[in-house]
Design a protein around this ligand. Sequence first.
Ligand code: NDP
Length: 279
Amino acid sequence: MAYIIDGKKISAEIKDELREEVKELKAQGITGALAVIQVGCDPASSVYVRNKKRACEYIGIDSLSYELPESTSQEELLKLIGELNSKDSVKGILVQLPLPETIDEDAVIRAIDPAKDVDGFHPVNVGALLIGQKGYVSCTPAGIIQLLKRSGVAMEGKHCVVVGRSNIVGKPMSVLMLRENATVTITHSRTQNLPEVCRTADILIVAIGKREFIDASYVKEGAVVIDVGIHRDENNKLAGDVRFDEVEPLCKAITPVPGGVGPMTIAMLMYNCVEAMKN
Ligand code: NDP
């Protein structure tokens, strides 16, 4: 039986720690707000935005909500970001992705002041991560590092295979594991013999975006498996990128879906917001 890494519990611990820290900061007169911008009314985005605002409320940070219509132009959005960049009371700016197709996401990310980019998507923050300098780290991979550390999983010297090379998960994840002194292999859709490569992993981190893609043939006995994927079927049942029932008996530890990586993303967003307050 694998140890089930409880993301709900660990994210609650982190939020409680941050709540205390915010209390102390406020006592010193340090405050600040997170500006949350949503363009259009995609239902999944609305749920994420609501959860982010609730988390702010829980830890004691003000959140400012900007709900813009689907018809918002790129120019209008950039203008709003420019205004928020220059507002001292706004410490963090978050633009909920995806944006409508008429808006260039990269241009929007680049427009956010890197010092307020609490999602850690700005090229300045991505570059800082790569060369080991201070900056905001993308929340999902940062959350995975916390899950591993707080579950007592040693990373130094271990072989970590990351499946997926997206800018928000796979790539920053690989750099963070390198920072923890793991030996890292990054894999993707053109990787040959993927099951064989994955079977060499002590820590297997899967961010493919394909429901239950990873079965037992990809997993070495005793490995730690982190499943980033989130998929909802027609009956609203959630599953990850990993076939949990098949893989779990092989592992030393594994994250479930739901209740694994998912809750960590918001906890680390809150962590970045508190860092922004301190800056
Ligand atoms: P992307 O679609 O941006 O990236 C998927 C990656 O998987 C790509 O690098 C792609 O390779 C690779 N890939 C696709 N098919 C294969 C294959 N057959 N074999 C090997 N590699 C493959 O996804 P994201 O990184 O944004 O997200 C991944 C999953 O994580 C999704 O299910 C998403 O919903 C979830 N997610 C969960 C979060 C959370 O908070 N828990 C946060 C963010 C994402 P290539 O580059 O070659 O195309």
